[in-house]
Design a protein around this ligand. Sequence first.
Ligand SMILES: C[S@@+](CC[C@H](N)C(=O)[O-])C[C@H]1O[C@@H](n2cnc3c(N)ncnc32)[C@H](O)[C@@H]1O
Length: 316
Amino acid sequence: MKLDPVFNTKLGKLYKGDCIYVMQRLPAESIDCFFADPPFNLNKTYGEDNKDNLPEEEYLNWCYKWIDEAVRLLKPQGSLFIYNLPKWNTYLSAYLSNKSKLNFRHWVAIKQTFSLPIQGRLYPSHYSLIYFIKGNKPKTFNPPRIPVQVCRHCGGEIPDYGGYKNKINPKGLNLSDIWLDIPPVRHNRYKKRKENALSLKLLDRVLDISTQEEDTVLDPFGGSGTTYIAAELKKRNWIGIEITTCNDITSRFKNLSADIEHFKEIRKEINVLFTDKAMKLRRKNGRSNGKYFTHEHIHEPQLSFEDMLFQSSKLQ
Ligand SMILES: C[S@@+](CC[C@H](N)C(=O)[O-])C[C@H]1O[C@@H](n2cnc3c(N)ncnc32)[C@H](O)[C@@H]1O
């Protein structure tokens, strides 16, 4: 049966419907990167067709079904990411290793800024992002370097690098599997819907790590379309699916300028040791950078605002 997208751009197609139904109709081994941020089964309201309070076994069986499709769609050496609560990702990781025969790469802990304490438990402070690949070696593995964390008052570096400062790469720190720098989407300008949209910075990073321009990314749980915006701005092909209204996604694409601006800010903080803001603070507080290699002018080539506007004007 032919699938009809409800919206498309030069690079992407968005389908409205159930992700398992849509994925079953896509060709095998056609996706380079699969990213999923499914409902967490926390009884949130996403729309009428969408139950988010299933018995545990039912929720997991549902996850296993879309995982089976994702694995079928993944090209050899392709990457798969699932963002979920640690509780669910323990089961999903086991399934991906034992049943799907994918290879485990990382469990990334992403700092959760606002959470409520749960009685009788440790205070939950991270979301988990699991990262698997099909085959032994990823086709692309290109983690960005990130800036040193600094005190927001004086610009001093928070970790003490002691005598190792000379050894630090001027392009920034190696990305680890604990991400403390992914902000929650709270700012009205960036928040596209009431439900939990992910940060554009998170998707920019995931796509940096695992894809190249012209690769194809699939996210079966569209929400506000953060993955599709990141893919579009990074020149990746994308396939999106959303079971409830797609209006949040389409209106976001029709008014891209806030996302473009945000994306430019995010890209400025990649592959540098100190952000521009940190540099200013350091100067103001008389902190020299003499112990580090020079870094100030090492920025990756940036897309100009005009380039991006040109890209967005090409959207269909
Ligand atoms: C946690 S949200 C995703 C948010 C998204 N990552 C963002 O940044 O905006 C999960 C989304 O999956 C959608 N969804 C739930 N079940 C689905 C299904 N079976 N097929 C397609 N979409 C589904 C929900 O309506 C919701 O919008």
